[in-house]
Design a protein around this ligand. Structure first.
Ligand code: SAM
Length: 263
C-alpha cells in the first residue's frame, strides 16, 4: 500500500499508521476486519484541518470494515451558529442509523475542568457526546464496574411474577457490592503537550477500548490526530490502525505512540 508510511510489529501487537485521507485509506481495509473504532472527527469547522469531509461516504466505509457486532465510538459536540446549537452531532447519529448502525448508546463525557464561559444566555458547556454505534448487537461488552453505596443492605420490593395472572409478589433483595458504571463519564480535558489542538484525554480511549474490545482485537482511528487512541491500544495490547491526513499531526502521532508519553 503506497500511503502506508509506518507498519511496526512490536511483540504481539500491530501498530499500523497510515498518512492520507481516511476515505481513500479505508478503501484498502478489508470488509469485516475491525473490532472497534474510537475516533473524534473534525466537526462544525471548529478548527481548520484543510480537509473536506464526506461523512456519508465515511460512515458507509466504516460499516463495511467493521465486523458484525463491532462498535464505533464517535466523540463529537455542537457549536453555536447564529445563536443556535447546530445539532451536527445528532444529524451525524441519524446518518449512522440510516446507514445500518444501531445507536447502542448516547454517552456523555463530562469535563471536570471545563473552559469558563461568559456573556452567553445559556449554562456553561461542560460535556461532549460519545455516541456508541454498533453493527448489530455489540459482540463484546466488558463493563466498568463501580462500588454500590448501599452494598449488602437488605430491602423488600415488589416484582412482577411471570404467571398467568401477572400477580406482583414481594421479594427480598440484597444490594450487590458492584454495579455497572453509568453512561456519564467524568474526567479532565487532556493536558496537551503537543501542537495538536484537540487531543483526547487518554482516559477516554482507554475506557472504551477496555469496554468494547478484547486483547488482540483490531482498533481503528480514522481521524488519528496526535495518536491518543493508538497509545491506549499499545497499553492494552490491542492492534491499532491510525489514519491522519495532516503531515505535522501524523508525525506527532508517530512520536507519541512510539514514546507513550501523552500523559
Ligand atoms: C479532532 S482531531 C482528533 C484528535 C485525536 N483524537 C487526538 O487525540 O489527538 C481530528 C483529526 O482528523 C484529521 N483529519 C481531518 N480530515 C481528515 C481526513 N479526511 N482523513 C484523515 N484525517 C483527517 C485532522 O487533521 C485532525 O488531526
Amino acid at each position: 500500500m503506497n500511503n502506508m508510511s509506518k507498519h511496526i510489529k512490536r511483540g504481539r501487537n500491530m501498530i499500523d499508521l497510515r498518512k492520507g485521507d481516511c476515505l481513500d485509506v479505508m478503501k484498502n481495509i478489508p470488509d469485516n476486519s475491525i473490532d472497534l473504532v474510537v475516533t473524534s472527527p473534525p466537526y462544525d469547522d471548529l478548527r481548520d484541518y484543510n480537509s473536506e469531509i464526506n461523512f456519508t461516504e465515511i460512515i458507509k466505509q466504516l460499516y463495511r470494515v467493521v465486523k458484525d457486532g463491532g462498535v464505533v465510538i464517535w466523540n463529537v459536540n455542537d457549536r453555536i451558529k447564529n445563536g443556535s446549537k447546530t445539532l451536527t452531532s445528532f444529524k451525524q447519529a441519524i446518518l449512522f442509523n440510516d446507514n445500518g448502525f444501531n445507536v447502542n448508546d448516547v454517552m456523555i463525557w463530562e469535563k471536570t475542568n471545563p473552559m469558563p464561559q461568559v456573556k452567553q444566555p445559556r449554562y456553561n458547556q461542560v460535556f461532549e457526546y460519545m455516541f456508541v454505534f454498533s453493527k448489530g448487537k455489540p459482540k463484546t461488552f466488558n463493563p466498568i464496574m463501580v462500588d454500590c453505596k448501599s452494598a449488602g443492605i437488605n430491602y423488600n420490593s415488589t416484582c412482577k411474577q411471570i404467571t398467568k395472572n401477572n400477580k406482583r409478589i414481594k421479594k427480598n433483595f440484597i444490594v450487590n457490592n458492584k454495579k455497572i458504571d453509568s453512561n456519564i463519564w467524568k474526567f479532565a480535558v487532556a493536558q496537551n503537550k503537543t501542537k495538536h489542538p484537540a487531543v483526547f484525554p487518554l482516559e477516554l480511549p482507554l475506557r472504551h477500548i477496555k469496554t468494547w474490545s478484547n486483547e488482540g482485537d483490531v482498533v481503528l482511528d480514522p481521524f488519528m490526530g496526535s495518536g491518543t487512541t493508538g497509545i491506549a491500544c499499545k497499553q492494552l495490547n490491542r492492534n491499532f490502525i491510525g489514519i491522519e491526513i495532516d503531515d505535522e499531526y501524523f508525525n506527532i502521532a508517530k512520536e507519541m505512540i512510539g514514546s507513550d508519553s501523552n500523559e
